[in-house]
Design a protein around this ligand. Structure first.
Ligand SMILES: [Zn+2]
Length: 204
C-alpha cells in the first residue's frame, strides 16, 4: 500500500519520535482524505518504527473503514473526529506528548495557556507586535470521550486564533490545512513551550 497521506504520517512520526515527543507508543497522528475519511495511527504501535500497516482509516462518525490485521484505531480517535468536524479545513491533526508540553500546563490552573510573543508566532499568521495569544487547556480524563466532549462544547462557545489545544499533563494537539503545515506547527509550538519552560527557570 503506497498512500501519500500515510507516507507523510510516517515521516511526521519519525520526526517527532527523534525529537522525544512521541516516545514509545505515545501520541497519535491523522490525515484527512478528500472523501472526509481519515487515516490515524493504530493503537499501541511504536512511533519510531511505523510502517503502512500501522494505520486505520476511519469515518468522521467513528466507523473503521480499513484496517490491516485487526489494527485498532488510536484510543484518542474521538478527539480527531471532534476537531475535523469543527474545523472543516483541517486536513491533518498531530498530537504529541512532549516533556515541555506537560510542564507548561503545570505553571498554573488556568484553562488557557498564554504563549510568549515571539517571532515564531508568524508561523501561525499572527503578525502584530507583542501579540497576546492563548491556547485552550483541557483537563485530562482517563475517559477520552469526556475530553472529546469538553473540546466540542468549548469550541462551540469560544474561538481561538491558534489551531492548537493542550490537555493538562498530557500533550498538545495541533492541526493544519496540509500535513506539512501541521508538522511545521508542531515544531513551532514545541519551540514556544521549550522557551516558556526555560524562561521560567531563568525567571525572565
Ligand atoms: Zn495523548
Amino acid at each position: 500500500m503506497s498512500n501519500p497521506h500515510i507516507e507523510q504520517l510516517i515521516h511526521a512520526a519519525t520526526t517527532f519520535y527523534r525529537n522525544g515527543w512521541m516516545v514509545g507508543t505515545s501520541g497519535n497522528l491523522s490525515a484527512r482524505q478528500d472523501d472526509d475519511s481519515f487515516w490515524i495511527t493504530a493503537s499501541g504501535r511504536s512511533k519510531g518504527t511505523m510502517s503502512s500497516h500501522d494505520f486505520v482509516r476511519m469515518s468522521l462518525s467513528g466507523e473503521i473503514l480499513e484496517a490491516v490485521d485487526g489494527a485498532r484505531p488510536s484510543a484518542e480517535t474521538s478527539i480527531h473526529q471532534v476537531i475535523y468536524t469543527r474545523f472543516p479545513r483541517a486536513r491533518a491533526i498531530y498530537h504529541v506528548h512532549s516533556v515541555e508540553g506537560n510542564l507548561v500546563t503545570s505553571f498554573n490552573d488556568s484553562d488557557e495557556a498564554e504563549l510568549p510573543p515571539l517571532e515564531m508566532l508568524k508561523g501561525f499568521q499572527i503578525m502584530e507586535e507583542q501579540p497576546k495569544v492563548t491556547i485552550p487547556v483541557f483537563q485530562n480524563h482517563s475517559d477520552v470521550a469526556r475530553i472529546a466532549r469538553e473540546i466540542h462544547s468549548r469550541f462551540q462557545a469560544q474561538q481561538f486564533r491558534m489551531p492548537a489545544l493542550l490537555i493538562r499533563k498530557h500533550g498538545v494537539t495541533v492541526w493544519g490545512e496540509t500535513q506539512e503545515e501541521a508538522l511545521n506547527r508542531v515544531e513551532l509550538i514545541e519551540y514556544l513551550f521549550k522557551y516558556m519552560v526555560l524562561a521560567r527557570q531563568l525567571k525572565l
